[in-house]
Design a protein around this ligand. Sequence first.
Ligand code: FDA
Length: 306
Amino acid sequence: MLRALFIALSESRSIRAIAERSPMGKRMSGRFVAGVDVAHAAQAAEELNRAGMSVTVDNLGENVTNTEEARHSAALYHQLLDEIAKRGLDANVSLKLTHMGFDVDPDLARSIVDDLVSHAARIGNFVRVDMEGSPYTQTTLDLVRAVHSTPGHAGYVGAVLQAYMRRTMKDAEELCAEGIRIRLCKGAYKEPAAIAYQAKTEVDENFMRVTRMLLESGIYHGIATHDPNMIAQTVQFAREKGITADKFEFQMLYGIRRDLQEQLVGEGWRVRIYVPFGTEWYPYFMRRLAERPANVFFILKNLFRR
Ligand code: FDA
């Protein structure tokens, strides 16, 4: 019930407008969000690199409603790619299509992503296109495939698949056949039973089925989870099959299960941290609370600590 409440809250535009402007809101989100500008994100990336972790940086924002906003988001990602190169960071970027204007004009989003992937290819970096709710699943995958097949772009753009979606194994096979790198996560939106597994056991089973396929595909994929059980099974499978640590990476979110992040690095596994930054933190923050409502108490407790 609490999960449904936080997901509903994540979609409320009026509460979002109030929360994102309030000093208290900004303070609360600090646990999961690295700051408001590129310099904050770069600083967080530097610290994580020093701790032996790679990074993917996300400028928070989704569902922009006009061309100017989309172009502004794109410019920020170009700046981010340049900053990563300038500072020599071990970091790539993650973006959402609706932040690049997909709802305004899909062709605009396509051309923005094309330009960003060209930029990334020129400097040897990589663009990950996050996966949003199910109305965007097919169009997002179509766009990633189209960009990936553009001359010079192969290997510089990747997709995300959600293990709660019933279609995911088929999507994973199709993307792998084209050599596209995948981040596998469980999925953060509320989806109907007709298209998505609802029970945790079913989602977990699918997560591992797809993970095993990805690990054996010979392509460098990301296994994105904080679930110790999924991680232990992935490690066990990799060891059994002789799949070495340089063939894939674990991915986790900034500020979540730092103990586990450090433990995996200590054991010699590759770990990439998803570092979100920006002023539009509200929907992201609410989805994190939906995953673990106990975080509300954790955050409130820390608010009153110095
Ligand atoms: P699960 O939710 O089953 O939790 C397992 C355990 O992990 C919990 O018991 C707890 O210990 C810990 N945990 C999980 N969430 C926590 C939280 N918020 N706070 C504290 N502890 C927590 N989704 C999506 O739909 N599209 C996308 O593009 C992405 N991208 C993405 C990138 C990366 C790097 C990650 C790690 C995740 C995503 N996600 C995502 C989110 C993902 O779909 C999922 O909602 C969360 O990762 C939570 O699922 P877990 O696999 O961590 O396990």
